[in-house]
Design a protein around this ligand. Structure first.
Ligand code: HEC
Ligand code: HEC
Length: 286
């Protein structure tokens, strides 16, 4: 009898160990999604100054009119509480609502489509873990013909290729991690690249800067061009800027970039900032 008891005790102990190991391997997806949420800058558009997190943002003025970023809290009526993961993946990758209607590219799905399936699932888990807020946001106020949403079917056909990120096997993992963060969740090109007259990114001048960025601000180039870019910055100076917002000349980042740093890049791991800097400094001027 004692022998059986001992055997049972050993078995029970093994089971406990197995549970602990499994627990350690499956880090909470919502915790992983939090990093993507920060670098994705969802708060910058979907949270009004002084308002509840993700319950709808301040008006977003563009040459096409004013957008009112919607409530994306898990409230089932006024937010995205009734969405499935498939609905979320479709919105972020294809730029389509659950009913199939196209979204305006003011929602930067034109970059977010590069997130991997796993990262989209983690990001969704994190967004779903935030408190639901019941609040309706106003309709967008756009000029004709931009107010005709079905025109976006043509726009997406012309300009949107909803593929996830494909790593470059010729480059090392740090470079690829940086490319992924910059081109995907970080959506850095959305401000740092000029746009054509239909509001699509001019991919022949990627990261060359934008004379008419958000709110009409001039956005500097961030390729390795020493004149119209950051070619004179060292990798550590760039990583430091993304952490605390101070440029090599001692000036601090202003405007939209201050928010990108505060809500986004400052909350990343040092390794991720180094990855971003490695990728940007590898970009030759267009
Ligand atoms: C630059 C501003 C901006 C950023 C950053 C942004 N969004 Fe949005 N988002 C918008 C706008 C504007 C819309 C409305 C688009 C439309 O009506 O066609 C929108 C719509 C959405 C929708 C559709 C909601 C609905 O009710 O149909 C989802 C989901 C969404 N965003 C998720 C996110 C997530 C997650 C992030 C962060 C990873 C994010 N957004 C970052 C501007 C932004
Ligand atoms: C919402 C628009 C926006 C987004 C998104 C954005 N930036 Fe910026 N960025 C700016 C603006 C505006 C400035 C100029 C800031 C200033 O005047 O101090 C800037 C400045 C910079 C600079 C300094 C350039 C210089 O010459 O001073 C770097 C580096 C930079 N951004 C990197 C990034 C990276 C990396 C990302 C993506 C993680 C990113 N930015 C996303 C708007 C943006």
């Amino acid at each position: 009898m004692p022998r059986i008891a001992r055997a049972l005790a050993v078995l029970a102990g093994a089971a406990t160990l197995a549970t602990v190991a499994a627990g350690a391997a499956t880090v909470d997806p919502a915790a992983r999604g939090e990093t993507l949420f920060h670098i994705g800058g969802c708060v910058n558009c979907h949270t009004a100054k002084g308002g509840a997190t993700l319950a709808g943002g301040d008006p977003l003025r563009t040459p096409f009119g004013t957008f009112h970023p919607p409530n994306i809290t898990p409230d089932p009526e006024t937010g995205i509480g009734s969405w499935t993961l498939a609905d979320f993946v479709r919105a972020m990758r294809e730029g389509r609502a659950p009913d199939g209607m196209p979204y305006y590219p003011a929602f930067p799905y034109t970059s977010y489509h590069r997130l991997t399936d796993e990262d989209l699932a983690d990001l969704f888990a994190y967004v779903r873990s935030l408190p639901p807020v019941q609040k309706r946001t106003p309709d967008h106020d756009l000029r004709f013909p931009y107010n005709l949403r079905f025109g976006l079917y043509l726009w997406q056909w012309l300009f949107h290729d909803p593929q996830p990120f494909v790593p470059d096997p010729a480059k090392d993992p740090l470079w690829n991690r940086g490319a992924y963060l910059v081109l995907g969740p970080g959506h850095c090109a959305e401000c740092h690249t000029p746009r054509n007259w239909l509001g699509a990114l001019d991919t022949t001048r990627l990261f060359a800067g934008n004379p008419a960025g958000p709110g009409g601000d001039k956005v500097p180039g961030i390729t390795a061009d020493p004149e119209n870019g950051i070619g004179r910055w060292s990798r550590d100076q760039l990583a430091f800027y993304l952490k605390v917002g101070m440029r090599p000349d001692g000036d601090f980042a202003g405007g939209e970039m201050a928010r990108v740093i505060e809500n986004g890049t400052s909350r990343l791991a040092d390794e991720d900032r180094l990855a971003i800097a490695t990728f940007l400094l590898s970009l030759s001027p267009p």
